[in-house]
Design a protein around this ligand. Sequence first.
Ligand SMILES: *Cc1c(COP(=O)(O)O)cnc(C)c1O
Length: 381
Amino acid sequence: MDKLIPVTQPFLPPLEAFLPYLEKIWESKQVTNGGPFHAQLEQALCEYLGVEYLSLFSNGTLALITALQAMKVTGEVITTPFSFVATTHALHWNGIKPVFADIDPKSMNLDPQKIEAAITPHTTAILPVHVYGNPCEVEEIERIADTYGLRVLYDAAHAFGVRKHGESILKFGDMSVLSFHGTKIFNTFEGGAIVCKDAKTKRHIDHLKNFGFADELTVVKPGINAKMNEVQAAFGLLQLQYMDEVASARGRIAQRYRDAFEGIEGLILHEVPQHSTRNHSYFPIRITDEFPIRRDELYDALRERDVWARRYFYPLISQFPSYRGLPSASPENLPIASKVSQQVLCLPIYPALDVESQDRVIDVVLTAAHSTQLASALSDE
Ligand SMILES: *Cc1c(COP(=O)(O)O)cnc(C)c1O
C-alpha cells in the first residue's frame, strides 16, 4: 500500500520549540483576552506582511462576519461563486443578499466588467476573493467602487504574503480578511485576521470581537466573541520564524510540477499576473476537453494511487441549496465559473511532501495525459 498523500498538511515546527511558549502561558496564567503573545503576533504579522493595522481573530469566517459588521454593509453585495462557502455564508449571517457575478477565465477571480453589470440601487459593497492567492484586478475594482460609492472587502484567506508591485495585496480595498486555518500556508490551528487602514477602525474591530466592550463597563455595540487565544497566538509567533523555509519548499514543489506538466495538451497551468508574487498556497490545474480523460476520471485515477487531490472549487457556492434559488445563481449567469469549476483540480502541495510522493502525483497525471495517445497510436497500426 502506498502512503496516503493529502492535498495539504499543516506545517508544524518541532514540538520542543513550542514548549517554552507554553511554559510562559502556564506561568502568567493569561490564556486569552489580548495577552502578551496576542500583542506580539499582531505586531510581528504587521511587519512580516507589510501592513499597518491588523486585528487577530479566532478564525477567518468570524473575521469576515465581523468585517462586514464594522463596515455597516447592508442590502446586496456582489461576490464570486468560485470560492470556499464561508465567503457567501458571511454575507448570509449578516442578513445581506449575495449577488453572484462571473469570473475571469484566466485569473479565476471576479471579472470587473461582470461586477459593474451586477450593480443595482441596493448594492453597498463588493466581496472579491484572491483565489489561490492570485491577486484580483484591484485597481479596476477600486475604480468601480469609487464610481458607485461602494465598500470593498477582500477575502484574502489564500493570499498570505502576496505582493503586487512590491506592495502587500492586503492594502487594497477597505479591509482584507486572512485565515490561519490548519489548511492554509500560515496557520495557528484555527485563526484569522482583519487588515484595515487606520487606528480608529482597528479599535472598533477590536471592540466588536470582544462582545463590544470598550472598557470594563462600556459596551459600544452588540459584538461577538471572536478573540484569538494565547496558545494560538504563541504558535503563530513560532510558525512565523519558519515562513521563509515553508515558502521555498512550496516553491520547489510547484516548479517540479510545472516542469513536468508544461506543454501537455488540455492541461492548463495557473499563471499569476505580472508584477505579482506567488505564495504557492495551492497548485490548481485545469483539465479541458483536449485532455484524454475528464477531470473526475483523473481525480479517481489519483485516488486509486492514494493521492487525495481536491476539486476546489466544485460545486460552485451558487449551487448549494441555500443559494441556488437566487436569480444571480443560475448557471446561465455564471457560464465561466460553471465551466472552470468542472475543470479544476488542486494537486497536493505542502512542505513535507517528499520527492517520491511528488513523483507519484506526476506519474498519474502523465500516464493519463498519454493514455489515449497511446491507445490511438496502437489502433493506427
Ligand atoms: C479557509 C477560507 C475561509 C474560512 O476561513 P476559516 O479560518 O476556516 O474560518 C474563508 N474564505 C476562503 C476563501 C477560505 O479558503
